[in-house]
Design a protein around this ligand. Structure first.
Ligand code: ADP
Ligand code: MG
Length: 394
């Protein structure tokens, strides 16, 4: 267990908080502020505790140079509206300089300041000096609350912890609790649903999860690599040729571990990768040579949703079909609905799976939707995330 902001005294201290304010922008405007609202509990707690709050984040890929289109000024403005108080924006092309230091020193308890995009500095993503030391010189304590970048060892996510007492914020605490409990102490039956485009991307997750789950349910583009491995014709479906051996290996491992391994029994296909291409439903061993699999079929939906209704813990990573096209979203939607209707603890990891659940309007029916795509995948792979490993233990 890692220490959190609750475990230390922050009153009157300059607290440097790494947030994930990497919000989508269009024409200088924030199009979705959920990453900002997700950071509010930690920031509001620190304000209440009379800390001097210094926030830092990256946004986009300015590649180590100050580029105005990647400035965090719009984030400072939005944050100020949400907190209903002034947010001092430390506008500096080098992120930390004498004027920024002076502004940090001048903060009163309960005041909030935001630094400029940390990726304006080339050292940031290399975790190099002198930037790490310069950042650390601004504060007395480090709080990491940026789960989305916790799988990266950068100056502002991990390096800084070697200078300052370091704890987690509430967002990282929540992610570790839900992802960690699901993996280590799940209510059973525990089912993992794995989907998405390529098997190769998900093999490490499957390897880690196979010893923990009661059943592994496969959907999405990766199904066809398994079908091919089983000797079926898959037409023009997406195939991850390099992962064929690993797919066989996973099936063998599941068998050896006594884990039920569920593959789709039928599939919705199309001639072209296009929403208007007519739907052709066929059993998995009867896919014609000139069409491609786009979604799980109706028999599979019935089989899977029945099985999911019995589960007590469900981890879902990767959509069951090309859900971005409405005509091929039915399988993914049925799975999301099954999770919403059941009483299992439901944890969604993976950027596209989270987007799918949002798109269907079922987000508030899930126990936890991870805010970090890549970070949640690495967590599910069983890897130690550097931005969390660097924090103090309780
Ligand atoms: P996540 O971000 O949740 O981890 P992935 O990135 O692995 O998920 O996979 C999501 C992508 O997989 C989606 O863009 C979806 O369209 C694609 N996909 C799902 N099923 C298929 C399929 N049958 N053929 C091609 N692509 C698919
Ligand atoms: Mg994805």
């Amino acid at each position: 267990m890692k220490k959190t902001v609750r475990d230390i005294d922050v009153s009157g201290k300059k607290v440097l908080v790494r947030c994930d304010f990497n919000v989508p922008m269009q024409d200088g405007k924030i199009t979705d502020d959920r990453r900002i609202t997700a950071a509010l509990p930690t920031i509001e707690y620190l304000i209440e505790q009379n800390a001097k709050v210094i926030l830092m984040s990256h946004m986009g890929r300015p590649k180590g140079e100050p580029k105005p289109e990647f400035s965090l000024q719009p984030v400072a403005d939005r944050l100020s509206e949400l907190l209903k108080q002034d947010v001092v924006f430390a506008k500096s092309p080098v992120v930390v300089d004498d004027s920024v230091k002076a502004a940090a020193e001048a903060l009163a308890p309960g005041q909030v300041m935001l630094l400029e995009n940390v990726r304006y500095r080339a050292e940031e993503t290399k975790n190099q000096e002198p930037f790490t030391g310069q950042l650390a010189s601004l504060g007395d304590v480090f709080v990491n609350d940026a789960f989305g970048t916790a799988h990266r060892a950068h100056c502002s996510t991990a390096g800084i912890a070697s200078y300052l007492p370091s704890v987690s914020g509430f967002l990282i605490e929540k992610e570790v609790k839900f992802l960690g409990d699901a993996l280590e102490d799940p209510a059973r039956p525990f089912i993992a649903i794995m989907g998405g485009a390529k098997v190769g991307d998900k093999i490490p997750v499957m390897e880690n999860i196979i010893g923990k789950v009661d059943a592994l349910m496969i959907g999405g583009g990766m199904s066809y690599t398994f079908f091919k491995a089983m000797g079926f014709e898959i037409g023009t479906s997406i195939l991850d040729e390099e992962s064929l051996d690993m797919a066989r290996d996973i099936m063998k491992k599941a068998e050896d571990a006594g884990v039920e391994f569920l593959l789709p029994v039928d599939t919705v296909c199309a001639k072209e990768f296009n929403n208007d291409s007519p739907q052709i439903v066929c059993d998995r061993d009867k896919i014609p040579a000139d069409i491609m699999g786009m979604d799980i079929g109706p028999k599979t939906v019935e089989l899977y949703t029945k099985k999911l209704a019995e589960a007590k813990t469900i981890v879902w990573n990767g959509p069951a079909g090309v859900f971005e096209m409405p005509n091929f979203a039915a399988g993914t939607k049925a799975i999301a609905q099954a999770l919403a209707d059941g009483d299992a603890v439901t944890v969604i990891g993976g950027g596209d799976s989270a987007a799918a659940v949002e798109q269907f309007g079922l987000a508030d029916k899930m126990t936890h939707i991870s805010t970090g795509g890549g970070a949640s995948l690495e967590f599910l792979e069983g890897k130690e995330l550097p931005g969390i490993a660097c924090l103090e233990d309780k």
